[in-house]
Design a binder for this molecule. Structure first.
Ligand code: ADP
Length: 398
Protein backbone atom coordinates (compact mmCIF):
# COMPACT_ATOMS: atom_id res chain seq x y z
CA UNK A 1 0.00 0.00 0.00
CA UNK A 2 1.10 3.56 -0.75
CA UNK A 3 0.57 6.22 1.89
CA UNK A 4 0.46 9.99 1.49
CA UNK A 5 1.77 11.90 4.51
CA UNK A 6 0.59 15.47 4.94
CA UNK A 7 1.99 18.05 7.36
CA UNK A 8 -0.05 21.20 6.97
CA UNK A 9 1.10 24.52 8.44
CA UNK A 10 -0.55 27.94 8.27
CA UNK A 11 0.95 28.91 4.91
CA UNK A 12 2.93 25.82 3.96
CA UNK A 13 2.33 22.13 3.42
CA UNK A 14 4.88 19.32 3.37
CA UNK A 15 4.04 15.95 1.86
CA UNK A 16 5.57 12.56 1.12
CA UNK A 17 4.45 9.43 -0.68
CA UNK A 18 5.79 6.19 0.73
CA UNK A 19 5.41 2.62 -0.44
CA UNK A 20 4.77 0.75 2.79
CA UNK A 21 5.66 -2.67 1.41
CA UNK A 22 9.32 -1.75 1.83
CA UNK A 23 8.93 1.69 3.46
CA UNK A 24 10.45 3.28 0.37
CA UNK A 25 10.12 7.03 -0.06
CA UNK A 26 8.78 7.62 -3.59
CA UNK A 27 8.20 11.37 -3.64
CA UNK A 28 8.28 14.37 -1.38
CA UNK A 29 7.45 18.00 -1.70
CA UNK A 30 6.66 21.32 -0.20
CA UNK A 31 4.01 23.92 -0.95
CA UNK A 32 4.94 27.38 0.27
CA UNK A 33 3.14 30.73 0.48
CA UNK A 34 -0.40 29.33 0.49
CA UNK A 35 -2.76 32.32 0.36
CA UNK A 36 0.17 34.68 -0.25
CA UNK A 37 1.37 36.05 -3.58
CA UNK A 38 4.06 33.86 -5.16
CA UNK A 39 2.78 30.43 -4.03
CA UNK A 40 5.09 27.69 -5.13
CA UNK A 41 5.20 23.89 -5.12
CA UNK A 42 8.48 22.00 -5.09
CA UNK A 43 8.04 18.33 -5.97
CA UNK A 44 10.76 15.71 -5.95
CA UNK A 45 10.48 12.27 -7.46
CA UNK A 46 13.08 10.56 -5.34
CA UNK A 47 16.25 9.72 -7.23
CA UNK A 48 14.81 11.03 -10.51
CA UNK A 49 14.14 14.76 -10.57
CA UNK A 50 12.88 17.83 -8.78
CA UNK A 51 10.49 20.40 -10.22
CA UNK A 52 9.54 23.82 -8.92
CA UNK A 53 6.25 25.37 -10.09
CA UNK A 54 4.90 28.79 -9.26
CA UNK A 55 1.11 28.44 -9.20
CA UNK A 56 -1.35 30.74 -7.43
CA UNK A 57 -2.77 28.82 -4.45
CA UNK A 58 -5.35 30.73 -2.46
CA UNK A 59 -6.40 27.98 -0.08
CA UNK A 60 -5.13 24.73 1.39
CA UNK A 61 -7.57 22.95 -0.91
CA UNK A 62 -5.77 24.53 -3.89
CA UNK A 63 -2.50 23.32 -2.38
CA UNK A 64 -3.74 19.73 -1.99
CA UNK A 65 -5.13 19.83 -5.55
CA UNK A 66 -1.64 20.70 -6.78
CA UNK A 67 -0.07 18.02 -4.62
CA UNK A 68 -2.45 15.50 -6.24
CA UNK A 69 -1.51 16.82 -9.69
CA UNK A 70 2.20 16.51 -8.89
CA UNK A 71 1.87 13.02 -7.43
CA UNK A 72 -0.14 11.77 -10.43
CA UNK A 73 1.79 13.72 -13.10
CA UNK A 74 2.77 11.42 -15.97
CA UNK A 75 6.39 12.59 -15.96
CA UNK A 76 7.14 13.50 -12.35
CA UNK A 77 4.42 11.57 -10.54
CA UNK A 78 4.68 8.28 -8.65
CA UNK A 79 1.12 6.91 -9.06
CA UNK A 80 -1.22 6.75 -12.04
CA UNK A 81 -4.23 7.81 -10.02
CA UNK A 82 -4.97 8.66 -6.39
CA UNK A 83 -6.81 5.32 -6.13
CA UNK A 84 -3.35 3.83 -5.62
CA UNK A 85 -2.98 5.86 -2.39
CA UNK A 86 -4.41 3.54 0.27
CA UNK A 87 -4.46 6.09 3.09
CA UNK A 88 -3.43 9.57 4.13
CA UNK A 89 -1.55 10.22 7.38
CA UNK A 90 -1.88 13.71 8.84
CA UNK A 91 0.39 15.31 11.38
CA UNK A 92 -1.70 16.98 14.06
CA UNK A 93 0.06 18.95 16.77
CA UNK A 94 -2.26 18.82 19.76
CA UNK A 95 -4.64 16.14 20.97
CA UNK A 96 -4.72 17.31 24.58
CA UNK A 97 -5.39 14.35 26.87
CA UNK A 98 -7.81 12.84 24.39
CA UNK A 99 -5.49 10.59 22.37
CA UNK A 100 -2.37 8.80 23.45
CA UNK A 101 -2.08 7.03 20.09
CA UNK A 102 -2.74 7.77 16.44
CA UNK A 103 -6.37 7.37 15.34
CA UNK A 104 -8.47 6.80 12.24
CA UNK A 105 -10.15 10.11 11.46
CA UNK A 106 -13.93 10.01 11.87
CA UNK A 107 -16.48 12.79 12.37
CA UNK A 108 -16.20 12.22 16.10
CA UNK A 109 -12.39 12.58 15.96
CA UNK A 110 -12.74 15.82 13.99
CA UNK A 111 -15.07 17.12 16.68
CA UNK A 112 -12.56 16.26 19.41
CA UNK A 113 -9.71 17.88 17.46
CA UNK A 114 -11.77 21.01 17.01
CA UNK A 115 -12.18 21.09 20.78
CA UNK A 116 -8.38 20.91 21.08
CA UNK A 117 -7.93 24.04 18.92
CA UNK A 118 -8.11 26.13 22.08
CA UNK A 119 -4.95 24.42 23.33
CA UNK A 120 -2.98 25.02 20.10
CA UNK A 121 -4.54 28.01 18.35
CA UNK A 122 -1.57 28.46 16.02
CA UNK A 123 -0.97 24.85 15.04
CA UNK A 124 -4.17 22.82 15.11
CA UNK A 125 -6.31 24.99 12.77
CA UNK A 126 -4.04 24.54 9.71
CA UNK A 127 -3.72 20.81 10.51
CA UNK A 128 -7.51 20.51 10.52
CA UNK A 129 -7.89 22.59 7.35
CA UNK A 130 -5.47 20.17 5.65
CA UNK A 131 -7.55 17.18 6.75
CA UNK A 132 -10.79 18.78 5.52
CA UNK A 133 -9.21 19.61 2.15
CA UNK A 134 -7.98 16.03 1.72
CA UNK A 135 -11.37 14.64 2.75
CA UNK A 136 -13.05 16.75 0.07
CA UNK A 137 -10.62 15.74 -2.65
CA UNK A 138 -10.17 12.09 -1.63
CA UNK A 139 -13.53 11.26 -0.01
CA UNK A 140 -13.08 7.49 -0.11
CA UNK A 141 -9.52 7.35 1.22
CA UNK A 142 -9.10 6.56 4.94
CA UNK A 143 -7.25 9.25 6.90
CA UNK A 144 -5.26 8.88 10.10
CA UNK A 145 -4.21 11.58 12.57
CA UNK A 146 -0.79 11.28 14.22
CA UNK A 147 -0.23 13.61 17.15
CA UNK A 148 2.86 15.41 18.44
CA UNK A 149 1.51 15.13 21.97
CA UNK A 150 0.54 11.44 21.94
CA UNK A 151 3.90 9.89 22.87
CA UNK A 152 4.14 12.07 25.98
CA UNK A 153 0.78 10.98 27.39
CA UNK A 154 2.60 8.32 29.44
CA UNK A 155 4.20 10.98 31.65
CA UNK A 156 3.33 10.49 35.32
CA UNK A 157 1.32 13.24 37.01
CA UNK A 158 4.35 14.52 38.91
CA UNK A 159 5.93 15.34 35.54
CA UNK A 160 2.94 17.05 33.99
CA UNK A 161 1.16 18.88 36.82
CA UNK A 162 2.11 22.54 37.28
CA UNK A 163 2.22 23.87 40.81
CA UNK A 164 -0.77 26.13 40.15
CA UNK A 165 -4.23 25.97 41.71
CA UNK A 166 -5.37 22.49 40.72
CA UNK A 167 -8.68 23.83 39.45
CA UNK A 168 -6.90 25.30 36.35
CA UNK A 169 -5.91 21.80 35.35
CA UNK A 170 -9.46 20.58 35.82
CA UNK A 171 -11.16 23.61 34.25
CA UNK A 172 -8.82 24.50 31.40
CA UNK A 173 -6.55 21.50 30.91
CA UNK A 174 -3.50 23.50 32.02
CA UNK A 175 -0.80 20.87 32.39
CA UNK A 176 2.38 19.90 30.58
CA UNK A 177 1.73 18.04 27.29
CA UNK A 178 5.04 17.96 25.44
CA UNK A 179 5.60 18.07 21.66
CA UNK A 180 7.86 16.53 18.97
CA UNK A 181 6.57 13.17 20.28
CA UNK A 182 6.78 11.44 16.90
CA UNK A 183 10.43 12.41 16.58
CA UNK A 184 11.39 11.41 20.14
CA UNK A 185 9.72 8.05 19.64
CA UNK A 186 11.37 7.42 16.28
CA UNK A 187 14.93 8.18 17.42
CA UNK A 188 14.50 6.20 20.66
CA UNK A 189 13.40 3.15 18.65
CA UNK A 190 16.32 3.58 16.25
CA UNK A 191 18.77 3.89 19.16
CA UNK A 192 17.50 0.63 20.67
CA UNK A 193 17.82 -1.03 17.27
CA UNK A 194 21.38 0.23 16.87
CA UNK A 195 22.28 -1.04 20.35
CA UNK A 196 20.60 -4.35 19.59
CA UNK A 197 18.79 -4.08 22.93
CA UNK A 198 15.06 -4.14 23.55
CA UNK A 199 13.68 -0.61 24.03
CA UNK A 200 11.95 -1.92 27.18
CA UNK A 201 15.35 -2.50 28.78
CA UNK A 202 16.76 0.98 28.12
CA UNK A 203 16.87 4.46 29.59
CA UNK A 204 17.26 6.99 26.79
CA UNK A 205 17.51 10.78 26.64
CA UNK A 206 16.49 12.13 23.25
CA UNK A 207 17.53 15.67 22.29
CA UNK A 208 15.44 17.06 19.43
CA UNK A 209 17.34 20.26 18.69
CA UNK A 210 15.89 22.19 15.76
CA UNK A 211 14.36 25.62 15.50
CA UNK A 212 11.99 24.32 18.13
CA UNK A 213 13.83 22.12 20.62
CA UNK A 214 12.93 19.63 23.32
CA UNK A 215 14.51 16.87 25.38
CA UNK A 216 12.72 13.71 26.54
CA UNK A 217 13.41 11.07 29.16
CA UNK A 218 12.34 7.67 27.84
CA UNK A 219 12.39 4.82 30.32
CA UNK A 220 11.52 1.30 29.19
CA UNK A 221 10.10 2.65 25.95
CA UNK A 222 7.75 5.20 27.47
CA UNK A 223 8.17 8.91 27.92
CA UNK A 224 8.38 9.86 31.60
CA UNK A 225 9.29 13.51 31.11
CA UNK A 226 9.85 16.07 28.39
CA UNK A 227 10.96 19.69 28.39
CA UNK A 228 8.10 21.32 26.46
CA UNK A 229 4.96 21.99 28.44
CA UNK A 230 1.47 23.42 28.02
CA UNK A 231 2.76 24.97 24.78
CA UNK A 232 5.98 24.48 22.78
CA UNK A 233 7.42 27.54 24.56
CA UNK A 234 8.62 25.80 27.72
CA UNK A 235 11.94 24.10 28.26
CA UNK A 236 15.08 24.59 26.22
CA UNK A 237 16.26 27.86 24.75
CA UNK A 238 15.24 27.75 21.07
CA UNK A 239 15.82 29.68 17.84
CA UNK A 240 13.36 32.43 18.74
CA UNK A 241 11.58 31.03 21.83
CA UNK A 242 12.67 31.81 25.37
CA UNK A 243 12.14 28.39 26.92
CA UNK A 244 11.97 28.37 30.75
CA UNK A 245 11.97 31.79 32.37
CA UNK A 246 10.75 33.16 35.67
CA UNK A 247 7.06 33.86 34.93
CA UNK A 248 7.25 37.06 36.98
CA UNK A 249 9.41 38.58 34.21
CA UNK A 250 6.39 38.73 31.91
CA UNK A 251 4.35 40.93 34.23
CA UNK A 252 7.40 43.05 34.99
CA UNK A 253 8.32 43.75 31.36
CA UNK A 254 4.69 44.28 30.42
CA UNK A 255 4.53 47.02 33.04
CA UNK A 256 7.90 48.59 32.26
CA UNK A 257 7.36 48.70 28.50
CA UNK A 258 3.59 49.21 28.58
CA UNK A 259 3.05 46.27 26.26
CA UNK A 260 -0.32 45.79 24.60
CA UNK A 261 -2.23 42.51 24.86
CA UNK A 262 -0.50 39.70 23.00
CA UNK A 263 2.83 41.48 22.57
CA UNK A 264 4.50 39.60 25.43
CA UNK A 265 3.53 36.32 23.79
CA UNK A 266 5.01 37.51 20.50
CA UNK A 267 8.27 38.51 22.22
CA UNK A 268 8.58 35.16 24.03
CA UNK A 269 7.83 33.13 20.89
CA UNK A 270 9.37 35.15 18.06
CA UNK A 271 11.98 37.52 19.45
CA UNK A 272 13.65 35.57 22.20
CA UNK A 273 15.82 32.44 22.26
CA UNK A 274 19.26 32.59 20.66
CA UNK A 275 17.99 35.34 18.35
CA UNK A 276 17.03 37.46 21.33
CA UNK A 277 20.31 36.93 23.16
CA UNK A 278 22.56 37.41 20.14
CA UNK A 279 20.62 39.99 18.13
CA UNK A 280 22.20 38.19 15.16
CA UNK A 281 20.08 35.24 14.04
CA UNK A 282 18.08 32.21 15.13
CA UNK A 283 20.21 30.02 12.87
CA UNK A 284 23.20 28.36 14.53
CA UNK A 285 25.24 28.58 11.32
CA UNK A 286 25.02 32.39 11.52
CA UNK A 287 25.70 32.38 15.25
CA UNK A 288 28.82 30.28 14.93
CA UNK A 289 30.16 32.45 12.13
CA UNK A 290 29.49 35.59 14.15
CA UNK A 291 31.05 34.05 17.26
CA UNK A 292 34.17 33.14 15.29
CA UNK A 293 34.39 36.74 14.14
CA UNK A 294 34.38 37.84 17.77
CA UNK A 295 30.69 38.61 18.37
CA UNK A 296 30.39 38.03 22.11
CA UNK A 297 26.61 37.91 22.25
CA UNK A 298 26.51 35.25 19.55
CA UNK A 299 28.97 33.19 21.61
CA UNK A 300 26.88 33.80 24.72
CA UNK A 301 23.73 32.59 22.90
CA UNK A 302 25.49 29.36 21.92
CA UNK A 303 26.66 28.83 25.50
CA UNK A 304 23.23 29.52 27.01
CA UNK A 305 21.61 27.08 24.57
CA UNK A 306 24.12 24.33 25.41
CA UNK A 307 23.83 25.04 29.14
CA UNK A 308 20.10 24.38 29.06
CA UNK A 309 20.46 21.11 27.13
CA UNK A 310 23.05 19.93 29.69
CA UNK A 311 20.74 21.02 32.49
CA UNK A 312 17.95 18.78 31.17
CA UNK A 313 20.28 15.86 30.48
CA UNK A 314 21.40 16.02 34.13
CA UNK A 315 17.82 16.29 35.36
CA UNK A 316 16.68 13.32 33.33
CA UNK A 317 19.59 11.17 34.45
CA UNK A 318 18.42 11.86 38.00
CA UNK A 319 14.79 11.12 37.12
CA UNK A 320 15.67 7.79 35.50
CA UNK A 321 18.47 6.89 37.93
CA UNK A 322 20.87 6.62 35.01
CA UNK A 323 20.94 6.64 31.24
CA UNK A 324 22.07 4.13 28.59
CA UNK A 325 21.97 6.37 25.54
CA UNK A 326 21.79 10.04 24.59
CA UNK A 327 20.47 10.81 21.11
CA UNK A 328 20.88 13.99 19.06
CA UNK A 329 18.42 14.76 16.28
CA UNK A 330 16.81 17.58 14.18
CA UNK A 331 18.57 20.48 12.40
CA UNK A 332 21.01 21.47 15.13
CA UNK A 333 21.35 18.01 16.69
CA UNK A 334 22.09 16.39 13.35
CA UNK A 335 24.36 19.04 11.86
CA UNK A 336 26.01 21.14 14.50
CA UNK A 337 29.28 19.40 15.34
CA UNK A 338 30.48 22.16 17.67
CA UNK A 339 27.20 22.25 19.59
CA UNK A 340 27.24 18.48 20.27
CA UNK A 341 30.81 18.91 21.46
CA UNK A 342 29.93 21.73 23.89
CA UNK A 343 26.89 19.85 25.20
CA UNK A 344 28.81 16.63 25.87
CA UNK A 345 31.95 18.31 27.16
CA UNK A 346 33.08 17.24 30.63
CA UNK A 347 30.26 14.78 31.34
CA UNK A 348 32.70 11.90 31.88
CA UNK A 349 31.65 11.42 35.49
CA UNK A 350 28.13 10.71 34.23
CA UNK A 351 29.56 8.13 31.83
CA UNK A 352 29.01 10.33 28.75
CA UNK A 353 32.12 10.61 26.56
CA UNK A 354 31.88 11.98 23.03
CA UNK A 355 34.38 10.77 20.40
CA UNK A 356 35.59 14.03 18.87
CA UNK A 357 36.63 12.33 15.63
CA UNK A 358 33.43 10.31 15.14
CA UNK A 359 31.48 13.44 16.02
CA UNK A 360 32.76 15.17 12.87
CA UNK A 361 29.72 14.08 10.90
CA UNK A 362 26.45 15.61 9.72
CA UNK A 363 23.05 14.09 9.05
CA UNK A 364 24.17 10.47 9.21
CA UNK A 365 22.86 7.79 11.54
CA UNK A 366 25.79 6.68 13.67
CA UNK A 367 27.22 6.17 17.12
CA UNK A 368 29.49 9.04 18.12
CA UNK A 369 30.56 8.02 21.65
CA UNK A 370 34.03 6.84 22.62
CA UNK A 371 34.59 3.12 23.06
CA UNK A 372 35.05 3.67 26.81
CA UNK A 373 31.86 5.71 27.15
CA UNK A 374 29.44 3.90 29.47
CA UNK A 375 26.59 5.81 27.84
CA UNK A 376 26.18 5.49 24.08
CA UNK A 377 25.81 8.74 22.17
CA UNK A 378 23.99 8.63 18.83
CA UNK A 379 23.35 10.98 15.97
CA UNK A 380 20.06 9.87 14.43
CA UNK A 381 18.36 11.92 11.68
CA UNK A 382 14.71 12.11 12.60
CA UNK A 383 12.00 10.81 10.30
CA UNK A 384 8.61 11.93 11.52
CA UNK A 385 7.02 11.26 8.13
CA UNK A 386 8.01 7.59 8.23
CA UNK A 387 6.48 7.28 11.71
CA UNK A 388 3.27 8.91 10.47
CA UNK A 389 3.19 6.56 7.45
CA UNK A 390 3.81 3.52 9.68
CA UNK A 391 1.01 4.40 12.09
CA UNK A 392 -1.31 5.17 9.18
CA UNK A 393 -0.56 1.86 7.49
CA UNK A 394 -0.97 -0.07 10.75
CA UNK A 395 -4.29 1.54 11.64
CA UNK A 396 -5.80 1.23 8.17
CA UNK A 397 -4.81 -2.43 7.99
CA UNK A 398 -6.29 -3.28 11.37
P1 ADP B 1 12.40 23.02 12.55
O1 ADP B 1 12.17 23.07 14.02
O2 ADP B 1 12.00 24.28 11.84
O3 ADP B 1 11.92 21.76 11.88
P2 ADP B 1 15.05 22.04 11.91
O4 ADP B 1 15.04 20.78 12.71
O5 ADP B 1 14.98 21.93 10.43
O6 ADP B 1 13.98 23.06 12.43
O7 ADP B 1 16.36 22.85 12.31
C1 ADP B 1 16.70 24.04 11.67
C2 ADP B 1 17.93 24.62 12.34
O8 ADP B 1 19.02 23.69 12.26
C3 ADP B 1 18.47 25.87 11.67
O9 ADP B 1 17.82 27.03 12.11
C4 ADP B 1 19.92 25.85 12.11
O10 ADP B 1 20.02 26.55 13.34
C5 ADP B 1 20.25 24.40 12.34
N1 ADP B 1 21.20 23.88 11.35
C6 ADP B 1 20.94 23.34 10.15
N2 ADP B 1 22.09 23.00 9.52
C7 ADP B 1 23.11 23.34 10.36
C8 ADP B 1 24.54 23.25 10.30
N3 ADP B 1 25.17 22.74 9.26
N4 ADP B 1 25.22 23.72 11.36
C9 ADP B 1 24.61 24.24 12.43
N5 ADP B 1 23.28 24.34 12.55
C10 ADP B 1 22.53 23.91 11.54
Amino acid sequence: MKVLVVNCGSSSLKYQVLDMVNENLLAKGLVERIGIEGSVITHEKIGIDKVVNEIPMETHKDAIENVIKAVTDKDHGVVESMDEIGAVGHRVVHAGERYSESVLITDKVMQVLNECVELAPLHNPPNLIGIEACKQLMPKTPMVAVFDTAFHQTMPAESYIYALPYEYYKKYGIRRYGFHGTSHKYVAERAAYMMNVNLDDLKIITCHLGNGASVSAIKRGVCIDTSMGFTPLEGLVMGTRSGDIDPAIVTYIRQKEGLAQGVANEILNKKSGVLGISGVSSDFRDLEKAAEEGNERALLAIKVFAHKVRFYIGAYIAEMNGVDAVVFTAGVGENDIAMRDIICNDLGNLGIKLDLVKNKVRGKEMEISRDDSKVKIFLIPTNEELMIARDTYKIVNK
